[in-house]
Ligand binder design. Structure first.
Ligand SMILES: C[S@@+](CC[C@H](N)C(=O)[O-])C[C@H]1O[C@@H](n2cnc3c(N)ncnc32)[C@H](O)[C@@H]1O
Length: 310
């Protein structure tokens, strides 16, 4: 039976307010990465199945179901270690009443047989707040097992297939893993405001204490590069040069800090409980927001895409 799993470390909460924040955050992350849900180097024509690992509220899949040109013929499935933020009945109701199932599944454990080699694209986003340092390789290995295999090379079709790889037209076997680097949170104004240093360090210290990994985009790229993948590509998206995000970026950062820093302060012994942490964080956020009247928060959102190979 599916159930909410409370055993894993998770620095963010799973309240209704956090569900709302994740859904709003989705808009910002899509906007910062050029408005696309799937990186343009992944061919989407002809895809038949997409999975989302660590799906949270399922917002990425819900949006994909609205946007994919061939969505009605694409099977979609979400997995998360907890169902606490899933929509009712663990189901996303997409356009035309289309149902997208969400399942409790720890990405650190092997997936049931019916999901293996089934998906053309596996998407993963923002596991940093709950994924231990030594878990990245395991989540990747299990996610790789979900991916369909590109056609096997044999002497007759090798050249044809090689052309397809080179022109990236094979829709099979792609992973897209997106993470924020918590260590690079700053603004474009020097000297750094002490409130920013305090907010950033509180998160980094707590993550390291809990065995989590604040430099996630680099880790994801390194793990994918070491595993059996080809066509590996990394993008780093920032707010620089994106005028349309300059007003919203400080609000997004402030809300991330409101979610992450109070529990971090408790872990670090900087606050006795989350309420005390929240009060301290509000003071720092007011200073950060004042500073942002003249400064732009620099966000580092890293995406690695790659295709499974054997
Ligand atoms: C910050 S939320 C992001 C949700 C969603 N990917 C998004 O971008 O909106 C992180 C999610 O990862 C899930 N998670 C953390 N560790 C996991 C694991 N080992 N396996 C599956 N899901 C995990 C959490 O339960 C949470 O729902």
């Amino acid at each position: 039976m599916e159930s909410h799993c409370d055993e894993t470390i998770y620095l963010l909460g799973r309240s209704e307010a956090e569900t709302t924040r994740l859904n709003k955050q989705h808009r910002f992350l899509v906007a910062i990465s050029g408005g696309e849900l799937i990186h343009p180097s992944i061919p989407i024509e002809g895809i038949t199945a997409v999975a989302d690992v660590g799906t949270g509220t399922g917002i990425w899949l819900a949006d994909l179901a609205k946007r994919l040109p061939n969505a009605p013929s694409v099977y979609m499935h979400g997995f998360d270690v907890s169902d606490a933020q899933f929509p009712p009945d663990n189901t996303i109701i997409g356009p035309q009443g289309r149902k997208i199932p969400l399942n409790v599944q720890d990405g650190l454990k092997p997936y049931p047989a019916e999901h293996l080699a089934r998906y053309d694209i596996v998407h993963i986003r923002l596991l940093t707040a709950g994924l231990p340092q030594d878990g990245y390789a395991t989540v990747l290995k299990n996610a790789r097992d979900l991916l369909s295999n590109p056609p096997h090379l044999n002497p007759e079709n090798a050249m044809v297939y090689q052309d397809k790889i080179l022109t990236n037209i094979e829709p099979t076997g792609w992973i897209q893993w997106e993470e924020v680097d918590h260590t690079t949170f700053c603004t474009n104004k020097l000297p750094e405001h002490p409130a920013i240093t305090k907010l950033r360090n509180a998160t980094i210290d707590a993550m390291l204490k809990l065995g989590l990994w604040p430099f996630a985009p680099q880790r994801v790229f390194d793990e994918i590069s070491k595993a059996r993948f080809q066509n590996v590509r990394r993008e780093t998206y920032t707010t620089v040069g994106k005028e349309h995000l300059h007003e919203i970026a400080p609000k997004w950062v402030a809300n991330v800090m409101r979610a992450l820093v109070p529990p971090s302060m408790v872990v670090n012994g900087q606050a006795r409980n989350e309420e005390e942490g929240k009060a301290k964080v509000e003071v720092l956020i007011r200073q950060f927001e004042e500073h942002c009247e003249e400064a732009l928060p620099l966000v580092n959102f890293g995406v690695t895409v790659a295709q499974r190979c054997d």
